[in-house]
Design a protein around this ligand. Structure first.
Ligand SMILES: Nc1ncnc2c1ncn2[C@@H]1O[C@H](COP(=O)(O)OP(=O)(O)OP(=O)(O)O)[C@@H](O)[C@H]1O
Length: 580
């Protein structure tokens, strides 16, 4: 886990992967220098050939050099991309693992806060965006700085006055123009983004309330209004584009300016007889690639606002989640102590909970007792209060009345007793072993293997080309839904906490896979307390208590046999769920 010094999303990774990023930057610089050398030798070759050398052998060396630098430039550019992308993909996979570790333990709590957005999807996309920060901002900027410093140093050795002039000219384009351009464009881009966001919100609202717009007969008016707003946004976007083109045009002029200055200077040197005239074109042409890498910084800086939102959002997530984690880590010791002294007794006494502003309570007068190793199934329609109940059990919500306790202590002080297996476990693009090890980062290879064996994945993993070191394809596409859940289950085994919350882990699986997964879950989690939210009755026979929730209250409860015996509704539901 990163310490506070490593809190951001850019600098810590630059430090950690300095070697790889440095190699990519060096290759980028070498590619620019190779391009400069190519144009330099080409310029010389053209001038030399124009003077009609008596023998082709007299221009043989420049011909070979042109070829070498031509190939070299392409090869170096390719190598730079390869190393740069390799570095960035490694950074992204570390970032994703970090994000997962931050979010996963609070999955249920986050879901209660970010009900309507697919938070994980959103932040995963943000991390995707960050790769551009490295590839399109950090690397080009570093390469431009180096090219600037090297060119001026070389020039000083030939002509200090001219070197000073060029340092000012190129420095203006490298340091001053990008800052001015960023200042102007940043506020416009932000304004544009805000406008777009508000239009999206309005459009989404309108789509949800389309029926009301039609019924009220005001749809035409709304459409007209929306069209006008769109026209304003399009106008601003057009202005932004025009500005970008103008900036590109100025950049080309800047390169042209440098070429003219170099040609005039080289002409002066030739007049003084300090260089041969054949070098004039060579020195002029060399400005093209060097200046281009410098003026590119303006374009690069203008991209910063595009990624600001992503970085801000990721920092916000850290700020929201870290206080929760701090509380959890304080509880770890207590958890360890409690693990040594089973049993863990979980109790809810007449708990009531209402969301702020809600008319009815989401959980109403609910009492439960789950002793160590007890198994509770929670069923109910959507909105019945199942998730709220889980938040209360996990100590993420505080009851308005009543209390939730473990061994007589408030649950808020003991939240690190829980593992959670939810509907969509995320698999990272790292090795299979690392994905399992997310449960406990210090777990040994043997422990990872053992956990995989327990969940029935060992043979399948061994059959992969690299065994446990095989990389998951992005988002674990190589694994089926059931296998993904088994990996998540192996993580839970490594965590080895006394209470496991199962939040519909089998939802979306076919009945056979579901039955097999449930059989594995109940087998490997034997002895642990299970709290299982499920949408149907497959596997409920194995539970010690089944509760049905309706409008926040318990509408039916008992063991499977009791419910079958006394409740006609349960009997029918059970039969429906068990039709072959
Ligand atoms: N963050 C929230 N703010 C306000 N009301 C909420 C919030 N979360 C849930 N509710 C409301 O509380 C009630 C219980 O919701 P809850 O999510 O606990 O039900 P659920 O049984 O888990 O539903 P589902 O199976 O669809 O997840 C619902 O009426 C819901 O609209």
């Amino acid at each position: 886990m990163l310490d506070t010094r490593n809190k951001g999303w850019i600098a810590p990774y630059c430090r950690k992967y300095a070697g790889l990023l440095g190699a990519a930057a060096l290759l980028g610089i070498a590619a620019v220098l190779s391009a400069a050398a190519l144009l330099f030798t080409s310029g010389y070759l053209i001038s030399r050939s124009a003077l009609r050398p008596e023998n082709v052998l007299m221009v043989y060396v420049p011909i070979v050099l042109v070829r070498a630098f031509g190939f070299g430039k392409a090869a170096l550019q390719y190598a730079e991309r390869l190393v740069g992308h390799h570095a960035v993909l490694r950074i992204l996979s570390t970032m994703r693992a970090r994000l997962y570790r931050q979010l996963e333990p609070q999955a249920l709590w986050l879901r209660s806060r970010f009900r309507s957005g697919d938070l994980l999807g959103l932040v995963a996309e943000d991390i995707e965006q960050l790769q551009n920060v490295y590839l399109r901002i950090v690397l080009p900027a570093v390469s431009a700085l180096f090219v600037y410093a090297l060119s001026i140093t070389l020039l000083v050795r030939i002509d200090a006055t001219f070197a000073g002039l060029m340092a000012l000219y190129a420095g203006f384009w490298l340091f001053v123009v990008p800052i001015i351009s960023l200042r102007i464009s940043a506020s416009r881009r932000r304004h544009f983004k805000l406008l777009k966001k508000s239009h999206y919100q309005e459009l989404t609202d309108a789509i949800f309330g389309l029926e009301d717009w039609v019924l009220s007969g005001r749809l035409g008016k709304w459409l007209e209004n929306y069209r006008q707003q769109q026209a304003v946004t399009a106008q601003i976007e057009k202005k932004l584009r025009r500005r970008e083109w103008r900036m590109q045009w100025f950049s080309r002029c800047a390169t042209g300016g440098a070429v003219v200055m170099l040609v005039i200077w080289a002409g002066g040197l030739a007049d003084q007889g300090r260089i041969d005239v054949t070098w004039i074109a060579a020195l002029g042409l060399v400005a093209f690639p060097l200046m281009e890498s410098i003026v590119r910084v303006t374009e690069v800086m203008n991209r910063i606002p595009d990624y600001e939102d992503s970085i801000e959002r990721l920092n916000e997530i850290g700020d929201i989640v870290e206080p929760q984690q701090a509380a959890s880590s304080q509880c770890l010791e207590a958890a360890a102590l409690m693990l040594e002294k089973p049993p863990i007794d979980l109790k809810m006494d007449s708990v009531n909970f209402s969301y702020p502003g809600a008319l009815n309570p989401a959980v109403h007068n609910l009492s439960l007792h789950v002793p160590q190793g007890g198994k509770l199934a929670v069923l109910g329609r959507s909105g019945a209060g199942k998730s709220t109940l889980l938040h209360l059990i996990l100590g993420e919500l505080q009851p308005d009345q009543g209390q939730v306790t473990v061994n007589g202590q408030s649950i808020q002080e003991n939240t690190a007793l829980f593992s959670v297996l939810n509907q969509k476990p995320y698999l990272f693009n790292t090795t299979v072993a690392n994905n399992i090890r997310l449960g406990r980062s210090e777990a040994s290879d043997e422990e990872v293997r053992y956990a995989a064996e327990q969940v029935g994945l060992h043979a399948m993993i061994e059959s992969l080309s690299g065994g446990y070191d095989t990389r998951m394809e992005e988002a674990g596409r190589r694994f089926s839904g059931g296998e993904r859940q088994r990996i998540a289950l192996a993580r839970v085994l490594l965590q080895n906490l006394p209470i496991v919350v199962l939040d519909e882990p089998a939802v979306g699986l076919d009945p056979i896979t579901e039955a097999k997964l449930l059989e594995t879950i109940f087998r490997v989690l034997k002895g642990k307390t299970l709290i299982w939210v499920t949408h149907h009755l497959l596997g409920v026979e194995q539970m010690d208590e089944i509760i049905f929730m309706n409008k926040g209250a318990v509408s039916m409860r008992g063991t499977h046999t009791e419910l079958l015996r006394h409740h006609e509704a349960y009997r029918r539901l059970y039969e429906l769920d068990h039709i072959e």
